[in-house]
Structures are given as structure tokens and as C-alpha cells.
Design a binder for this molecule. Structure first.
Ligand code: ZN
Ligand code: ZN
Length: 453
């Protein structure tokens, strides 16, 4: 064997459905060998995994890092938070300001900015809405990891009606990339919200009531029908409803290429959290009920619900506090990139999900859906040497003040006990986080584009 640059020993390697005792040799940032410890050469640079699980590097495919003021998250703080949270790659959403990614030039600009700041590898979504349908193919050429479309009429990549939605789907279908869609029926959301506003409601729960399950369920059903007809690969982001799971299962059973993500907030919290944390727990779609949580966990463990992402949406404390007396005034969203892995590993420890399915939902299947497998998402010879090492026995308490994210004050999980922690993040052979401390370098992260067009 050629002399490796790094050898990881004494791990429990998660290889697809099986867990194998052994180690990994790394050369030039790629996996050079996977073998029993005794078969691996001794080198200067070794990591003893101490019998902990070694997972293929975890990916958060839904974060919002690019906001424009000094106080809000950027690629530097966001990817530090990601590394600290056990992630090795993130995919950033198009943004909603003047720097929003809507064509090849803005995609390239964001790529350059991120290349100078990122601690972990990153992919970039292009926005795809009524105003930039003609730019979709050039963004695919420039390496967009996928496309993001809003059914709500409030961003620069929204659609106003089904004609525009269909046109966007037709055009993204030509690229072969997934179209990741925020699925809520805007007319119904408007109707329910206006009714509550007229009744004088300003309390936190009014937000949840303004977006009942039907808003998402109708949107998912319509998207799958339009997706089937247009040939688009519809991917539902942040699925939150129990009714979404059987609709997804049925479309898959019929052979349609559809997929869905859910998020920790929909797996761990109900709308009751809004009573306690008010505007901080205002998220779109809203937090729901126990039976939604149960259905999403069941869908996740069976594999119907494909993947988990954070939808990390950083706001300032001021932006959220605006909603203290009037929930309609607060921005929707919540930071989650840094707390996702320990929160979910706690559930793995409780038996809710197997470690293999967790690794699939946060790495392998993400990589497959977005066309970067097996460069990412797999422990196999030739893949990028991206690893997340997790200690399932280690316990901790989430402390907002210790988080790397600039939105630390807004976490919904301050004081939560967790068992199961990421203890090391390795990106292309370089350790970027050790024992919760970020030890990587700004600008190390590389742009990740789909392998096939
Ligand atoms: Zn959304
Ligand atoms: Zn989002």
C-alpha cells in the first residue's frame, strides 16, 4: 500500500446497513483503504476512534447562511457551527436579499465568497421562480446542487400560480436536478391568517392555526401531480404533516421519483413549544401535534421520508423579539445546524432510529439524491475522506451560550439533555472539529457540484 497521510483505527465503521470493526487509511484527501486494524500500516498521523462509530461525513442539505448584516450568519460562522455539530458538508439555500442566487453570475459570486470563508464543504442551490426561468439551465451548468422554489409569494424565487409553477418544473426537469419546494398553499395560508387577524389574534398559537396541515397536504399532492406530468424531480423540503407520509409512499410505490426531507423541529417539538418560546418557535411550516411527530418518525425509520436537514434559518434576537406581543411581526425560522446531530443521536440511543438509517438519512441518501454519491455519502475506497465520529455514550447539555452560530440566543433546545455526541468531523482527511471545538481553517471548504449533469 502507498504510505497513507492518515489512518483511523479502532472504529465501528458504518458501511451501508452493516457495522464493521476496523479502520480507514486516507491518502490525498480520499479513502485509500478500509481494513481490519492489523492490516493497516502504522503512520505518524493516526486517530484512535476508541471503538466509536465512524459515519460517512454527515451532510445538512438545507441551511440559510447568507444574510447581509454583520450580526447575522455568514459562511464563516455558519460552517463553524456545522463543523461543531458534526457535519462535513452543507448545502446553502439561495438567500432572499440582493445577493440571492438567481443566475450563474450570482451563483459564482456566492461560490467565491463561500470559498474564502467555509470550514466545511458546501453546495449551493439556485433559486427557481417566475422571474428567472430562463436562468435555470445556466445555474445547472455552473454547478447548482439543485433548485429551490417557494409556493408562497414572498421571495425572489416564488411562483404566483400553477402556470408559473409548471413552467419552473418543466425547466428544472431538463436539468435533471431536484426541485426542492417549500410546499404550502399560499391562498389557504392567507385565508386562515386573515381570519385570525380579523379576530384580533396575535398570540403565538395563532401562527400554528394559520397554517393547518391542509395547507401542506394540498401543496404536496398538487406538486406530485405536476411533477409527474412535467417530469420534474420534486423534493419536498421540511415536511411536517402526518398526511404527507402516505402521499409520499404512494407516489414512490407508483414509481415516481419524489423525495422528502423532515427536520429536527418536526420530530421533536409540538406547537406547545410556541406557548413557552413564543416567536422563537415561529417556523414555516409551523410546529404541529404529537401524531404528526409519530408519523414522521415512522416514515423516517421505514425510509419513506428520505432525509433529515436542519432548515437552519438564522435571525437576530431583535427580529424575533418583534413578535413578542404580535406573533405576525416575527420572522419565521430557527437555527438548527449545530444541535441537529446530538438531538437525533439521542433518539438513536432511545431506539427510535438505527445508527445505519441515521447515517443514510443524513449522508448516503442525501448524496444520492443530489448527485454527489459516491464522492460524498459513503465509506468506500475512492470517496472523499469525510467522516463524522460519534460517541454514543457521551452525555451533555445543550447550552445556547456555547454555540458557534450567531443565532445562538434563538435556539429552541437550550438546556436539553443529549446522549450521543459528534466528537470529530473530518473533511477530506483534515480534522475540522475535535471534542466540539472547531479546529479547521477558514477557506478550507470546497464547492461541491453534482457529478453528473
Ligand atoms: Zn421553507
Ligand atoms: Zn429553508
Amino acid at each position: 500500500m502507498i504510505e497513507p497521510d492518515l489512518v483511523i483505527r479502532n472504529g465501528r465503521l458504518v458501511l451501508g446497513d452493516s457495522v464493521v470493526q476496523g479502520g480507514i487509511a486516507v491518502k490525498d484527501g480520499k479513502i485509500a483503504a478500509i481494513a481490519a486494524d492489523a492490516a493497516l500500516p502504522r503512520v505518524g498521523n493516526e486517530i484512535d476512534a476508541h471503538g466509536n462509530f465512524v459515519l460517512p461525513g454527515l451532510i445538512d442539505c438545507h441551511v440559510h447562511f447568507s444574510r447581509i448584516t454583520e450580526e447575522t450568519e455568514d459562511f464563516r460562522s455558519g460552517t463553524q457551527a456545522a463543523a461543531a455539530g458534526g457535519l462535513t458538508t452543507i448545502f446553502d439555500m439561495p438567500g432572499s436579499d440582493e445577493k440571492a442566487v438567481l443566475d450563474a453570475v450570482t451563483l459564482d459570486d456566492k461560490r467565491k465568497e463561500a470559498e474564502s470563508l467555509a470550514f466545511v464543504d458546501f453546495g449551493l442551490f439556485g433559486g427557481a421562480g417566475k422571474g428567472n426561468i430562463a436562468k435555470i439551465s445556466e445555474m445547472a451548468q455552473a454547478g447548482a446542487i439543485g433548485f429551490k422554489t417557494f409556493m408562497l409569494r414572498e421571495t425572489s424565487y416564488s411562483v404566483d400560480n400553477d402556470i408559473q409553477l409548471y413552467q419552473v418544473l418543466e425547466e428544472t426537469a431538463r436539468t435533471g436536478r431536484p426541485n426542492c419546494i417549500h410546499a404550502e398553499n399560499p391562498d389557504l395560508v392567507d385565508y386562515f391568517a386573515q381570519r385570525l387577524i380579523r379576530a384580533g389574534r396575535k398570540d403565538p398559537i395563532a401562527h400554528a392555526e394559520s397554517r393547518p396541515n391542509i395547507c401542506e397536504v394540498e401543496a404536496i399532492s398538487r406538486l406530485f401531480l405536476l411533477g409527474k406530468h412535467s417530469g420534474a424531480r420534486v423534493h419536498i423540503v421540511h415536511m411536517s404533516t402526518k398526511e404527507g407520509v402516505p402521499i409520499l409512499a404512494q407516489a414512490k410505490d407508483k414509481g415516481q421519483t419524489v423525495s422528502a426531507e423532515t427536520c429536527p423541529q418536526y420530530l421533536l417539538l409540538t406547537k406547545e413549544t410556541m406557548r413557552k418560546l413564543g416567536p422563537y418557535a415561529k417556523i414555516n411550516p409551523p410546529l404541529r401535534e404529537e401524531d404528526d411527530i409519530k408519523a414522521l418518525w415512522d416514515g423516517l425509520s421505514s425510509g419513506v421520508v428520505d432525509i433529515i436537514a436542519s432548515d437552519h434559518a438564522p435571525y437576530t434576537k431583535e427580529e424575533k423579539d418583534l413578535g413578542r406581543d404580535d406573533i405576525w411581526k416575527a420572522g419565521p425560522g430557527n437555527p438548527g445546524v449545530e444541535t441537529m446531530v446530538p438531538l437525533l443521536l439521542t433518539k438513536v440511543n432511545e431506539g427510535r432510529l438505527s445508527i445505519a438509517r441515521f447515517a443514510e438519512a443524513m449522508s448516503t441518501r442525501v448524496a444520492r439524491l443530489f448527485g454527489i454519491y459516491p464522492k460524498k455519502g459513503s465509506l468506500q475506497v475512492g470517496s472523499d475522506a469525510d467522516f463524522t465520529i460519534v460517541d454514543m455514550r457521551k452525555e451533555s447539555v445543550i447550552e445556547a451560550g456555547k454555540l458557534y452560530t450567531k443565532s445562538r440566543a434563538l435556539t429552541l433546545y437550550d438546556g436539553w439533555k443529549v446522549k450521543g455526541l459528534p466528537i470529530m468531523s473530518v473533511v477530506r482527511g483534515a480534522v475540522v472539529m475535535q471534542e466540539g471545538k472547531v479546529v479547521g481553517e477558514e477557506g478550507y471548504g470546497r464547492f461541491v457540484a453534482p457529478l453528473t449533469s
